[in-house]
Ligand binder design. Structure first.
Ligand code: 13P
Length: 124
């Protein structure tokens, strides 16, 4: 089963929830992992099963990055807020870097995330 990581900064959480609701049927077939707050919002509002890690500022991006490094994540959907400085910017950069190191698809906006899910659906 494919594992998809879902992560969204605070001003992108509504967009993430809309994306998840839009693609709920497809996402229900995958193992979902997320940072704490993003995962909580998805569980509560979309009713999907999500394994949560720490919140991003507390190390959640690094936890997900370690799973990417261990080849345990197939797709990362990370709706970043490009307009707000984040206290854990180094962790965010590290997660994006490790995705590139391991050639793991990483979508940093909802349009790319939709294209990635469509591509995966076509292959199945
Ligand atoms: O900060 C984050 C990603 O960098 C996301 O963390 P939360 O999902 O806990 O808000």
């Amino acid at each position: 089963m494919k594992t998809i990581a879902l992560i969204a900064h605070d001003r992108k959480k509504e967009e993430m929830l809309n994306f998840v609701l839009e693609n709920k049927e497809q996402l229900a077939h995958y193992e979902l992992i997320a940072t704490a707050t993003t995962g909580k919002i998805i569980k509560e509002n979309a009713g999907l099963s999500v394994t949560t890690f720490l919140s991003g500022p507390l190390g959640g991006d690094q936890q997900i990055g370690s799973r990417v490094a261990c080849q345990k994540v197939d797709i990362v959907i990370f709706l970043r807020d490009p307009l707000t400085a984040q206290p854990h910017e180094p962790d965010i950069t590290a997660l994006l870097r490790i995705c590139d190191v391991h050639n793991i698809p990483v979508a940093t906006n909802a349009s790319t995330a939709r294209l990635v899910l469509q591509a995966v659906a076509k292959k199945e």
